[in-house]
Design a protein around this ligand. Structure first.
Ligand code: C2E
Ligand code: MG
Ligand code: MG
Length: 283
């Protein structure tokens, strides 16, 4: 499991079934059916400000609820969805569902809440994500600044021209852009200047070992310092322990997302958490 490959992104399909065409076609067909049967669901994971104890945002995370089966995680189907192009209709569904949910949370009084949505490189290349977002902002009445689009460094690397154009349009609308899995790709720091980026997410493969691995600790500290001096928002993902929380906070990172503060959960469960206004931030 290499960090450079994203660490937590298990390559279920490509590694195990690359040559197994029958299995491939089978899953492709079930993904297609899943869209028609509306078997996809979004879970939401809180992003907290550890100083105030407030939930400042949610990240929408895709799940596949197959009839009578266990919940399927993105690692087991996103790669295939991208390869087959099914990520395009799925991604559009994700954007629409997340934004409608955000509007519902806003209507019930959580007006400060923000929503982060993962958008894959493929969607940026083949779909007019900016036009989709514009339509959904109009439909839902959400403020553009309440939406963050999370993209990966791969996108900036592979199609810099197309990426820049789409990002500029989104950013002119007031939508925020954040780089996900920061440091796991190979892109240059110059991207932070070149693209209209507002935030960085530190991947959990780095956060996991900050207490035990000096290199990871140094990288995470440097990323936080960089983000602060460039006035970028920084969120650490995968915070599970008090030691990790204290390390991050001591270096100036206030926003965190991780099992310590809440696992991804269905909207109804999240609503209960939001109603309590504050999450218990363990000391
Ligand atoms: P990501 O965007 O980096 O999302 C964070 C992942 O870390 C999520 O995994 C989340 O459940 C997990 N995580 C957060 N905190 C902790 C923690 O404290 N401990 C542990 N062990 N894990 C934690 P998930 O939901 O399995 O998603 C995996 C990846 O799949 C996401 O990584 C993202 O790259 C992709 N993905 C998820 N939903 C979508 C989507 O709607 N569209 C696209 N294109 N990709 C998606
Ligand atoms: Mg993400
Ligand atoms: Mg990640």
């Amino acid at each position: 499991r290499s960090k450079a490959n994203g660490g937590n992104h298990a390559e279920f399909y490509t590694a195990d079934m690359g040559a197994d065409t029958e299995e491939h076609l089978h899953i492709e067909a079930s993904l297609q059916r899943a869209l028609q049967r509306e078997e996809f669901v979004l879970y939401y994971q809180p992003q907290v400000d550890v100083d105030s104890g407030r939930v400042v945002g949610l990240e929408a995370l895709l799940r596949w609820q197959r009839e009578g089966k266990e919940l399927v995680l993105p690692a087991d189907f996103i790669a295939l969805a991208e390869e087959t192009g099914l990520i395009l209709p799925i991604g559009e569904w994700v954007l629409a569902t997340a934004m409608r949910q955000l509007a519902a949370f806003h209507r019930s009084g959580m007006t400060h809440l923000r929503m982060s949505v993962n958008v894959s490189a493929r969607q940026f290349q083949h779909n007019d994500v900016a036009a989709q977002v514009e339509r959904l902002l109009e439909e839902t009445g959400c403020a553009p600044g309440a939406l963050t689009i999370e993209i990966t460094e791969t996108l900036l690397m592979e199609r810099p021209g197309a990426a820049a154009e789409m990002m500029t349009r989104l950013s002119r609308m007031g939508v925020q852009l954040a780089i996900d899995d920061f440091c796991t790709g190979y892109s240059s720091l110059a991207n932070l200047k070149r693209f209209p980026i507002r935030g960085l997410k530190i991947d959990r493969s780095f956060v996991a070992d900050i207490a035990t691995d000096n290199d990871d600790a140094a990288i995470v500290a440097a990323v936080i310092a960089l983000a602060r001096s460039m006035k970028l928002e920084v969120i650490a993902v995968g915070v599970e322990t008090g030691e990790q929380q204290r390390f991050l906070r001591a270096r100036g990172c206030r926003r965190m997302q991780g099992y310590r503060f809440g696992k991804p959960a269905p909207a109804a469960d999240i609503e209960a958490l939001l109603r309590s206004r504050h999450v218990d931030i363990p000391a």
